[in-house]
Design a protein around this ligand. Structure first.
Ligand code: PMP
Ligand code: GLN
Length: 383
């Protein structure tokens, strides 16, 4: 057999898969990989059954089921004051991951540089490399704010795009209106595309609002807005999301989408379209997760872990330096095998090794799961 060529010679198995496997092997409470351990709304599941029974089982239009595109456009336009056209500017994708990689391939090519804000979700780096471009990591500040001076300093004549993620995985930080102003100024000055990962758009706490690129006309016109129903409706396994982008960007996106994915699971799209008729479920999401955040933080206060701010997402990052000197991956393994709680080391979100001692817990879990995790952490880490 000939050698298999690889475009990703230094890329291993994603940390989420590694930690979930370790958690399963050791019977640990899995607060690593981000997914709910509770069910979706029965009404959504019924809508899926209904869609299949109604015969929605063949290829949908290449860009997505019209009713779903219309529901998405209506929501974006009313929430963010945008003007996306359902037919022209919205494409249904196989989750956020596909939206991200296709958007990146649509706007960058060989030799281009793409800025990613580190810690950065782990699919950005390989997606950029597969496009022949170079990911350039720009570190956040020590308290996980975007460092706009560092972003500006990282720009070269080859910089073509920036990947924004707010609410931010893993830190749980949420970008402010000032952040988006700063981004708009830089993007205009250097003529950059923005790939905006907003999969946690409906999980923002303490009365703050999500700053979508769709709210800012100067950003909207150069942005691919990526989101995912998996997060919003507790169905990460459905892998249905969308990309909203202005006409030229959507046209470029669809040129690739049609030959890499073509279409996305039809009945799920019908179910989501019907379910989106009622705004209550996504409107309730921030309060729902804020309560889980508060429960989990209160429980962790009895451990020596230092809780970092959590403004959005369903992730709580902690500093464990009072407990251990182990590097992050080693600590996450130890926590999983010895304490019985799986976490994600933030090291998985950087190109280069870090000095920090931070791991991320997912609190998208039932009360009893969070209580059992807290019990093990209190017992295993002492005070
Ligand atoms: N972006 C971020 C920041 C994520 O956390 C995730 C995963 N949950 C995704 C993208 C991918 O979303 P999906 O599962 O819909 O592909
Ligand atoms: N986005 C989820 C997380 O950050 C997991 C997605 C995955 O497993 N690739 O945990």
């Amino acid at each position: 057999m000939p050698a298999l060529p690889t475009k990703l010679p230094h890329t291993g198995t994603t940390i989420f898969t590694v930690m979930s496997a370790l958690a399963a092997e050791h019977g640990a409470v899995n607060l690593g990989q981000g997914f709910p351990d509770f069910g979706a709304d029965p009404a959504l599941l019924q809508a899926l059954t209904d869609a299949m029974a109604a015969g929605h089982n063949q290829y949908p239009p290449m860009t997505g089921v019209p009713a779903l595109r219309q529901a998405v456009a209506a929501k974006l336009n009313s929430l963010y004051g945008a003007h996306y056209d359902a037919d022209r500017d919205i494409t249904i994708t196989a989750g956020g991951t596909q939206g991200l990689i296709t958007a990146l391939h649509a706007c960058v090519g060989a030799g281009d540089e793409v800025l990613i804000i580190e810690p950065a979700y782990d699919s950005y780096d390989p997606a950029i490399r597969l496009a022949g471009a170079v990911p350039v990591g720009v570190p956040m500040t020590a308290d996980y704010r975007i460092d706009w001076a560092a972003v500006q300093a990282a720009i070269t004549p080859r910089t073509r795009a920036l990947v924004l993620n707010t609410p931010h995985n893993p830190s749980g930080r949420v970008a402010t209106a000032d952040d988006l102003q700063a981004l708009a100024a830089i993007a205009e000055q250097h003529d950059l595309f923005i790939v905006s990962d907003e999969v946690y758009e409906h999980m923002v706490f303490d009365g703050a609002q999500h700053e979508s690129v769709a709210r800012h006309p100067a950003l909207r016109e150069r942005s691919f807005l990526v989101s995912s129903f998996g997060k919003t409706f507790h169905v990460t396994g459905w892998k249905v999301g969308f990309v909203a982008a202005p006409p030229a960007l959507s046209a470029a996106f669809r040129r690739l989408h049609q030959y890499t994915v073509f279409t996305v699971h039809t009945p799920s799209q019908h179910a989501l379209a019907a379910y989106l008729a009622d705004p209550a479920p996504w409107q309730a999401l921030s309060n729902f997760y804020q309560a889980k955040r508060d429960t989990f933080r209160t429980a962790l206060a009895a451990t020596p872990l230092k809780l970092l701010p959590c403004e959005g997402t369903y992730f709580q990052t902690v500093d464990y330096s009072a407990v251990s000197d182990l590097p992050e991956l080693d600590f996450a393994r130890w926590l999983t095998t010895e304490v019985g709680v799986a976490a994600i080391p933030l090291a998985g979100f950087y190109q280069r090794p870090q000095e920090r001692r931070h791991v991320r817990f997912c609190f998208a879990k039932r009360e009893d799961t969070l209580a059992e995790a807290a019990r093990r952490l209190v017992a295993g880490l002492g005070r």
